[in-house]
Design a protein around this ligand. Structure first.
Ligand code: GFB
Length: 318
């Protein structure tokens, strides 16, 4: 898909060193964009409103991919709720407000599927937002992301700003956080299965009951979708970005066994939280924008494991 956005537009990727931001950076470089701003945390602290405004006043920014966030898996979200709410709220409001003040042409705000109600009808439609209570383990993060997407929607309605938002499903891929405790399920499991194989363990622990279902999207497929969304989507309501396929955590663990070569037994630790029972996204709005064919999960897992080994990810407890 060739982007129709001006190739020498000044594009800011907020969060360019994270899983999503790095995926967007790879995509924009592949598409031949030449003026990409990818400041490090030290160069631009999104928690500091005056620093953010000064950055926008100094750089004529045309487009923003907002992928800066404090993120983590179910345990991290549950343990650090105040930090997840405060930091994600501040980063979102500071950046959206500065973008409105300094004439950004288009702003794409990113959240995640956890903004939807815990027991939303499945697959989850965008209009189920705020229709019932959230999953308690990630309420802080979800409320911050809901505030961000609502702020974009309201800047569109009140000031006519071309500010949009997209809600990706659970993501994985190169550049993910593989921390043993604070990571999401795929990197967390991948590390655990890899270490179990290396140490010749007879069994490996999988958190929860294994019954919850999750949809997963490789970050490079997300980046393909996000460029299409930035180029073609103008709606005030948020837009879901998912693979359209989900599986149980148990099925994921079985796939992880074959990807890592671990041959022992799975032990499910029901003392760990399951979180939302299911959260597969309804993606007809995305499909209406154009062709989108994400890679199968088994392929993406194998590619990610190869990347992790090549980059010696398991040698350090990040
Ligand atoms: O990926 P995960 O941490 O986040 O957990 P959520 C998904 C499911 O995998 C839960 C189970 O049911 C976990 O109990 N699980 C099994 C594991 N083994 C593991 C493991 O080793 N590590 C982890 N982390 N989980 C997050 C939200 O919810 O989804 C975030 O907390 C964000 O805010 C993210 O929205 C996309 O999918 O449950």
């Amino acid at each position: 898909m060739k982007a129709t956005i001006d190739k020498d537009a000044n594009i800011l990727i907020a969060g360019a060193r994270g899983l999503v931001g790095a995926g967007i950076l790879r995509k924009l470089k592949r598409e031949g964009f030449s003026r990409i701003l990818a400041p490090t945390h030290a160069e631009l602290d999104y928690l500091n409103q005056s620093v953010v405004h000064e950055y926008f006043s100094k750089n004529r920014i045309n487009l923003v991919f907002f992928a800066a966030a404090k993120v983590g898996g179910i345990l991290a979200n549950n343990k650090f709720q105040a930090d997840f709410l405060y930091e994600n709220l501040m980063m979102a409001t500071n950046t959206i407000h500065a973008a409105a003040n300094y004439g950004v042409d288009k702003f794409l705000f990113l959240g995640s599927s956890c903004i939807y109600p815990k027991l939303a009808p499945q697959p989850i439609r965008e209009d189920s937002l705020l229709t019932s209570s959230l999953e308690p383990t990630n309420e802080g993060y979800a409320i911050a992301k809901i505030a961000g997407l609502k702020l974009c929607e309201m800047y569109q309605r009140q000031y006519g700003k071309n500010f949009i938002s997209a809600m990706p499903t659970n993501l994985y891929g190169p550049g993910d956080n593989f921390h043993p405790e604070h990571s999401h399920v795929i990197p967390g499991m991948m590390r655990r299965f890899h270490e179990a194989k290396l140490n010749g363990l007879k069994e490996v622990v999988v958190w929860g009951t294994g019954k919850p279902m999750r949809e997963f999207l490789h970050v490079d497929d997300l980046a393909d979708a996000l460029l299409m969304v930035l180029e073609k989507y103008e709606g005030a309501e948020t837009i879901n970005v998912g693979s359209g396929v989900d599986c149980t955590i148990r099925e994921l663990a079985e796939m992880m066994k074959s990807v890592t070569g671990f041959t022992g037994k799975l032990v499910f630790d029901a003392s760990k939280p399951d979180g939302t029972p299911r959260k597969i996204l309804e993606i007809s709005k995305l499909k209406a924008l154009g062709e989108f064919s994400p890679r199968p999960l088994a392929q993406g897992l194998a590619e990610t494991y190869r990347w992790a080994l090549e980059n010696k990810v398991f040698d350090s407890a990040r």
